[in-house]
Design a protein around this ligand. Structure first.
Ligand code: GLV
Length: 309
């Protein structure tokens, strides 16, 4: 019995070390090292080759190596009766908040613009906006989004949150469902998207919805690239309705070299680094789910296949 890692992550050694630190007797191997596929019960996956799980007739659990499980749910050959689990890590939520804060503050204090002016030798003061001047809308207030919204609110921002279904009480103003989406968007000077990717949320940042944002709004997308309709975003940036976008996730990653986002003056892009999974921090919950799988015990951080997250 072993944990099988199936992933496009180049250096898996930190993962193997962290997992073994939790249980030195644990066998951790990569998919290409599997000798007897019929023994595989637990797969730890990130962007694995779809169809791989068909090789494992007794697989019981697939665990995402990150918070999102969309890369697993998109597998057309995903076996019917297996458990899907994901990572829920307070450190990841805090990292997402810190990145969001940095992206917002960069915008309010125009740091990137000053760097560009420095390169051109330009000395020019610009009027800045303050934390209390902008309304932040957090789209997707699950564990990560709720944490971001609470931390931003505690930092003095005016925050509202939106999710699919009604939220239990929150420290910030909440909206839910399609009917309230318009009002939520209309009150978001800076929209932070941390939604999970599901058939319902794919393309949610389309022309119609982005036009509901106030003029000169800014979008920060930390969810998935497929939340954004790329051409709609480009056209609303070019028409001046949107003032800018900070994008950390893309439909294709790495972002293809000829993609118009690379050179767009209103787009600030980063290579999917808002939060990186830290193997040391997440290994205990992976090992717990591995043990629960082989002992036929209930799992933690399970993904609801129908909801898609
Ligand atoms: C990162 O995008 C994750 O899903 O953890």
């Amino acid at each position: 019995m072993a944990i099988i890692i199936a992933s496009d992550i180049k250096n898996l050694q930190p993962w193997i070390n962290a997992l073994k630190k939790n249980d030195p007797a644990l066998e951790v191997i990569t998919a290409d090292q599997v000798k007897d596929p019929s023994e595989v019960e637990f797969v730890l996956a990130w962007n694995y080759p779809h169809g791989l799980l068909k090789n494992y007739p007794r697989v019981k659990t697939v665990s995402s190596m990150g918070a999102g499980a969309d890369h697993i749910l998109a597998d057309p050959w995903l076996p019917e009766n297996i458990n899907i689990v994901r990572i829920a890590d307070p450190r990841m939520s805090e990292d997402m908040y810190e990145f969001t804060l940095a992206a917002i503050m960069n915008r309010l204090r125009m740091l990137t613009a000053y760097r560009e002016m420095q390169v051109r030798g330009v000395w020019k003061k610009k009027l800045y906006r303050r934390i209390s001047d902008v309304r932040i809308g957090v789209m997707g207030t699950g564990a990560i989004g709720n944490h971001i919204a609470e931390r931003l609110q505690a930092s003095g921002f005016v925050v509202s949150g939106w999710k699919r279904s009604p939220a239990s009480s929150a420290a910030y103003k909440t909206y839910y469902g399609t009917v309230q989406l318009r009002n939520f968007l209309a009150g978001s000077d800076i929209l932070v998207c941390v939604l999970p990717l599901t058939p319902e949320t794919e393309g949610i940042l389309n022309r119609e919805n982005m036009q509901m944002l106030p003029k000169n709004a800014w979008i920060i997308n930390l969810g998935r690239g497929a939340h954004v309709v790329d051409e709609d975003l480009l056209s609303l940036l070019d028409s001046g309705h949107l003032d800018g976008a900070s994008l950390d996730v893309f439909r294709d990653e790495p972002l293809p070299s000829g993609h118009p986002f690379w050179k767009h003056s209103k787009i600030f892009l980063t290579p999917h680094i808002a939060s990186l999974p830290f193997p040391e921090s997440v290994a205990p919950q992976i090992v717990e789910n591995y043990r629960n799988t082989i002992n036929r015990q209930p799992l933690i951080n399970t993904v609801n296949r129908d909801q898609g997250y």
